[in-house]
Write a protein that binds this ligand. Sequence first.
Ligand SMILES: [Zn+2]
Ligand SMILES: [Zn+2]
Length: 331
Amino acid sequence: MKMNEFMWKKEFSNKIEELKVPGNWDLHVDMNLVKQKTGLIYTQQTFGSFRCSRCARTWSSSKVSVFFIINLNKRLRRGTVKMRIFKQGCERCTRPEEMIPTVTSDNIERVVCNLVHKIRRKFYEVNDQYQDQKPKIYGSLEGLHNKERCEACRDGLCKQQMLSCEYEQNGEQRVYEQNREQRVYEQNREQREYVQNREQRVYEQNREQRVYVQNGEQRVYEQNREQRVYVQNGEQRVYEQNREQRVYVQNGEQRVYVQNREQREYEQNREQIEYDQNREQIEYDQNREQIEYEQNRKKRDSAAPAALSVMGLVVGVAAIALMYFANKRLF
Ligand SMILES: [Zn+2]
Ligand SMILES: [Zn+2]
């Protein structure tokens, strides 16, 4: 009552290799496997045949449930598949032993192929157009699925019951993906805010830079203005110094002129003085000559003063007499 675990494992590793699934993957059979909190639940139905250990009756079923729980350790890149295939019991026997189905190699291959494609889709986000292969049916199927003699149906792990589990997991997956989109959105928003803040910071730095440059231009302008004022003041000072210089020069010319005039006046005065001296000399000389002349004349006149006085007297008397006689004859 052992299943052919070796065939399942071999087929699984072949398919992993054939479909180039990354990482290391292993498949283990656990005939007591139940639902777990972690791991991806995956169920299939395949075709299997049974033989009752009590009455040796054989039957086949297309609703042989195969149950998988799939886990992947992404850090170690190690994948694990736990598998359980469900037994069925003989309908004829009262207390039948539940028998492990015999699955043909081509149906094992189909189940494993579906399994590995599921792994590719769920863990490696491979989007191919693969459609699950249905089991190959051998012979004729008798009657309906007897849920009371089906281990999966009795344990709540048959295909129909597990579909709701898968749906819930898909819902969790959808929630996870929505959360991931939300996280991505928020990360992008943080990124956008960071970029905006950075643009803001850049803008403010540029503004500070512009303000600094403007202040610098202002400072340069004011320095230039102070410079211009200084230069103007300097020109003013130079002008005033030049004016003082000119005034000084003019004053100097004036002084020179005045000095020259004083000099001229001095020279004129000196010439005048010399002239006056010369004239006094000349007058003195003239006077001296006059004096000498008169001394000489007096000296010359002194020789005949008496004669002259006599002659004068005679002439006078004669004149008077003449006048007397003249007057008498007239009267
Ligand atoms: Zn039986
Ligand atoms: Zn069932």
